[in-house]
Design a binder for this molecule. Structure first.
Ligand SMILES: *Cc1c(COP(=O)(O)O)cnc(C)c1O
Length: 418
């Protein structure tokens, strides 16, 4: 788009794209603070305005006034299924195949248990060494309970993950989009390879759900987990979700067999009998206020339509890459794939002083984040970001990097959450 970098011209072109943007109206539905450009929606999505009023109603009317009757009258007990059914079309699943609950970490544990129960004679779990660490930590904890099982790690610079799959492998735990680089894995191809070897795949959709098509059933996927507080804008600590293909429901068993996953929880019988469907992935009582907040984000995502969101996401990330590379004098290296098809809705650049650069940008109102060892990471959430925001963020980024603004020692102090 840019031959010679004239920022006034860049801004004018970006504004023209915003005027023609079919998703432009959705920005109004979010409570975004003035004066910032939020490129961290892949870590914590902003608050939908409807979520704030839903929280108020849930607290004052459903909890404070109606008390325990709200489990039935306000539909509290059905929220995990109802929210799961809203997520299903976003990830290519059918109603009744997704349930919202717990955290991604807990849901990974449940899925590992279910996969090992499906493949009791196999002894290996495959995961990615470069994965978001909780996936690995939970797997380690799971292995600690099951002597005889072992973990086979796919190294980022090592052999292709698919070449590690053999007939010892029970489960492959893999991310559709890498949380640092934004690289997209070929979900149908890897699922097929795993199935050919008789292994079960657990897809982690944390960085794809809500920003790109996932196509779980088209790929005959087995299980998946994902996060609702990132691109789905469900709120801090929003319930995660878990998918299991309908063909597995009759036989699949997960190890955290709490009363909410029982077929008839209010019979209070002595022994466990799983719900016939996806609710067998529930464990205990769910955080209802968080569910109420989350529903608003899911409703918006459904209305926007995932294909349009993905299209705009590709345009935004491409615009950012083009502008940064044209304006940063080669001082940062692109870490994300160059082809938009192979990239999620995020862009990562590397710079040895990445931490200080991100801090300097935040001081200027451009909020991205830093991931060890040297990654500057920017998320592009199409529901509320404008092309003009992306152009302005790129302008600030180039100014900080080329002007050495980041060298100010004030930007070197590290906080607990980066
Ligand atoms: C964000 C994220 C998680 C979050 O896990 P929680 O248990 O919900 O905190 C897990 N896995 C990946 C890949 C993530 O990006």
């Amino acid at each position: 788009m840019v031959s010679k970098l004239d920022w006034a011209d860049v801004t004018a072109q970006a504004r023209a794209l915003d005027v023609a943007d079919p998703l432009g109206g959705f920005r109004e539905e979010f409570a975004l603070p003035a004066g910032i450009i939020y490129l961290d929606g892949n870590s914590l999505g902003p608050a939908p305005k409807a979520a704030l009023s839903a929280l108020e109603t849930a607290a004052r009317e459903e909890w404070a006034t109606d008390l325990v009757t709200s489990w039935n009258h306000a539909g509290w007990f059905d929220l995990p299924s109802r929210c799961g059914d809203r997520i299903a079309p976003l990830i290519g699943a059918d109603a009744g195949e997704v349930v919202s609950c717990d955290t991604v970490s807990l849901n990974i544990f449940k899925c590992l248990g279910a996969a090992l129960q499906m493949r009791p004679d196999r002894r290996v779990i495959i995961a990615e060494a470069g994965s978001f660490p909780t996936d690995l930590y939970v797997t380690e904890g799971f292995l600690g309970l099951r002597p005889g099982l072992s973990l086979r790690l796919a190294e980022p610079d090592g052999a292709e993950l698919s070449s590690l799959i053999d007939d010892d492998v029970a489960a492959v735990l893999v991310n559709q989009v890498d949380y640092r680089t934004g690289r997209v894995r070929d979900l149908p191809a890897l699922t097929r390879t795993a199935h050919d070897a008789g292994a079960v795949v657990i897809w982690d959709l944390c960085h794809s759900a809500g920003v790109m098509e996932v196509g779980l059933n088209a790929a005959a996927a087995d299980m998946a987990v994902g996060c609702s507080y990132k691109y789905l804008n469900g709120g801090p600590g929003a319930p995660a979700f878990v998918f299991a293909a309908e063909r597995h429901h009759a036989t699949i068993r997960q190890p955290l067999s709490g009363w909410w996953g029982h077929a008839t929880p209010f019979d209070f019988t002595r022994s466990y009998r799983p719900d016939p469907g996806i609710r067998r992935f529930l464990c205990g009582t769910q955080p209802i206020l968080s569910f109420r907040a989350m529903e608003a984000g899911l409703e918006i995502a459904g209305r926007a339509g995932i294909a349009r969101v993905r299209e705009k996401g590709k345009l935004l990330t491409q615009l950012f890459i083009d502008l940064v590379e044209a304006g940063c004098e080669g001082r940062v290296q692109l870490v994300s794939p160059r082809s938009a098809e192979d990239r999620g809705s995020q862009v990562a650049f590397a710079h040895p002083e990445g931490y200080a650069i991100v801090q300097a940008l935040i001081a200027r109102g451009v909020i991205g984040d830093f991931r060890n060892p040297d990654i500057l990471r920017f998320g592009f959430a199409p529901l509320y970001l404008r092309h003009a925001d992306v152009a302005e963020a790129a302008r600030q980024f180039c100014a900080v990097v080329t002007g050495d603004v980041w060298r100010d020692p004030v930007y070197a102090n590290r906080s607990a959450v980066t």
